[in-house]
Design a protein around this ligand. Structure first.
Ligand code: DX5
Ligand code: ZN
Length: 238
């Protein structure tokens, strides 16, 4: 818990695209390749039509790495999983706005467990719902594909949403963790994450629009090679 993050443009390889027969080795490989964190997708077969990993696999990954564990839960009743995932080593839990009526309660509960809270939005969810949660969350995840599967095509229309949210953060001077800095205080920018179809072509578009945390699965594991791909994606922030 509470491991520090490193740079301003953060790269989060999605272990969903890795080899499920060797998750611990994949976690080590991600760390050695220079990633800032590991993105860990949990699905329930209801909120999205797929099943993936759970707390036990997360605990195994946590044993294998010191990297920050960025857990994205695509499940109904997110409240019920917070404690178990925090105990298994999650450093941040990001749940979906569309999965619960108790968004504020779940955000507060995650923070009370001592880890970061993230809030995710499907591509089709209106940007008008997002602003009021910004000060209550440590990160906003704007999905750039329909959640549920890796390897899908990037939704270009989400770029406007990224721009819209970054503008709100700037207008309200919201920084990391939803905090407004005091006079003279320097704080890192608010965390806007994108997830789905991120590669060397779509990453620069997202960064230009205002994203500063990039999740990538298929591109890093099946196209570029982990180390080379992470370096290329990091270059989008330069
Ligand atoms: C999809 C997951 C993603 C997935 C992204 O629902 O949230 O994290 O791993 O995979 P790519 O990068 O292949 O689109
Ligand atoms: Zn994800």
């Amino acid at each position: 818990m509470g491991k520090p993050l490193k740079k301003e443009l953060l790269i989060a390889p999605s272990i969903l695209a890795g080899d499920f027969g060797h998750l611990a080795d994949e976690a080590k490989r991600i760390e050695e390749a220079g990633a800032d964190m590991i993105h860990f997708d949990i699905m329930d077969g209801h909120f999205v039509p797929n099943l993936t990993l759970g707390p036990k696999a997360l605990a195994a990954v946590n044993q294998a790495t010191n990297l920050f564990l960025d857990v994205h839960i695509m499940v109904y009743n997110p409240f019920d999983f917070v404690k178990r995932l925090a105990l298994a080593g999650a450093d941040r839990i990001t749940f979906h706005f569309e999965a619960t009526e108790d968004v504020e309660k779940v955000l507060a509960y995650i923070r009370r467990t001592g880890i970061e809270a993230g809030l995710a939005f499907r591509p089709e969810t209106s940007q008008e719902f997002i602003a009021r949660f910004l000060p209550l969350a440590d990160l906003v995840l704007l999905m750039t594909v329909s959640p549920g599967f890796g390897g899908q095509k990037f939704h270009e229309e989400v770029l406007d949403k990224i721009r819209f949210i970054r503008e709100i953060c700037e207008k309200q001077d919201l920084r990391k963790g939803g905090v407004v800095p005091k006079e003279g205080e320097t704080l890192p920018p608010y965390a806007i994450q994108v997830d789905g179809g991120i590669d060397d072509k779509t990453a620069p578009l997202c960064v230009e629009a205002g994203a500063n945390v990039l999740v990538a699965g298929t591109y890093l594991f099946k196209e570029s090679g982990l180390k080379e791909g992470i370096e290329l994606l990091k270059g989008c922030g330069a």
